[in-house]
Write a protein that binds this ligand. Structure first.
Ligand code: SF4
Length: 279
């Protein structure tokens, strides 16, 4: 059985950067360090941070002092203001590409565009971006979300969640253009997502089985499974090598392994070692 490991398996640049910023902060700061929610969509990395002393809480109301880490997804400006008003120190690990989405959304909002954010309304990145428009933006997940909100728009602005696929929004963009006089869009989709998806397609074409490694709650990892399946390859999504089952590899000649943007390289390597044991 041939085992192929995707070149892009391992943390993306934004997650790698955030992990380093937080690791250094935890080593240096002798006071409580908090995050709002898990640092990344990877349970093993979150456990490592908790062991280093990071406290993960759900709300800013649970923090009275110390430092607050902003995850690579970013954070709503009103929450940052609340933290600062309590004297809480901010450690900003927002990915620079996510920051760009926030900046473009704020710019379009301030210039009077009716803003549409294309993405998942429940994702922390999108909740934070909407905050930079005083929560006035329309978050659009699919065509069904376009109803009365597109009528009578003169100036329309659009930004896109970093991990989205542009093709999924062709119809939404077409409808928006048809209903306005002026249309301005910033392509804020991140290359890390693209590259992983393109590589998954390429590997799925030459494999009997593709193993997707990464957090089950990671949107970009879950999407890799769908991408592989869409071209007819059998795909299994695991969070840890312990989930691998020997019978998956029965009569498999080529297996490929890819990881999401928040999957640490060591889990990918451990997955390879475990598969080799099955050979
Ligand atoms: S996927 Fe892209 S936007 Fe998201 S953290 Fe990684 S580099 Fe940044």
């Amino acid at each position: 059985m041939e085992i192929i490991v995707g070149k892009n398996a391992g943390f993306c640049f934004g997650v790698e950067r955030a992990v380093e910023i937080i690791r250094k902060a935890l080593k240096k700061i002798n006071d409580d360090v908090y995050s709002l929610g898990p640092i990344i969509h990877n349970p093993q990395t979150n456990e490592m941070f908790e062991e280093m002393g990071l406290k993960m809480v759900d709300s800013i109301d649970e923090i009275e002092k110390g430092s607050l880490v902003i995850r690579s997804h970013g954070l709503e400006p009103e929450i940052i203001k609340t933290a600062e008003s309590k004297g809480i120190r901010i450690i900003d690990a927002t990915c620079p590409l996510v920051k760009k989405v926030q900046d473009y959304a704020e710019l379009l909002y301030k210039e009077g565009y009716k803003l549409f954010i294309l993405g998942d309304p429940l994702h922390p990145e999108i909740r934070a971006v909407a905050g930079f428009t005083d929560n006035s933006a329309n978050v659009i997940e699919n065509e069904n979300d376009l109803k009365d909100n597109i009528r009578g728009c003169r100036k329309v602005g659009v930004v896109i969640q970093t991990t989205q696929i542009l093709d999924n929004y062709k119809n939404v963009i077409y409808k928006l253009i048809k209903n306005c006089d002026e249309f301005r869009i910033y392509n804020t989709i991140c290359d890390a997502t693209h590259e992983r998806q393109e590589e998954t397609v390429e590997l799925a074409r030459k494999s009997d089985l593709i193993i997707i490694v990464g957090g089950k709650n990671s949107a970009n990892t879950t999407r890799l499974k769908k991408v592989a399946e869409s071209i007819g390859c059998v795909a299994c999504h695991i969070e840890s090598p312990d989930e691998l089952e020997k019978n998956w590899f029965h009569s498999v000649k080529v297996v490929s392994i890819v990881g999401g943007a928040s999957t640490p390289e060591w889990i990918v390597n451990d997955t390879v070692l475990r598969i080799k044991e099955f050979k």
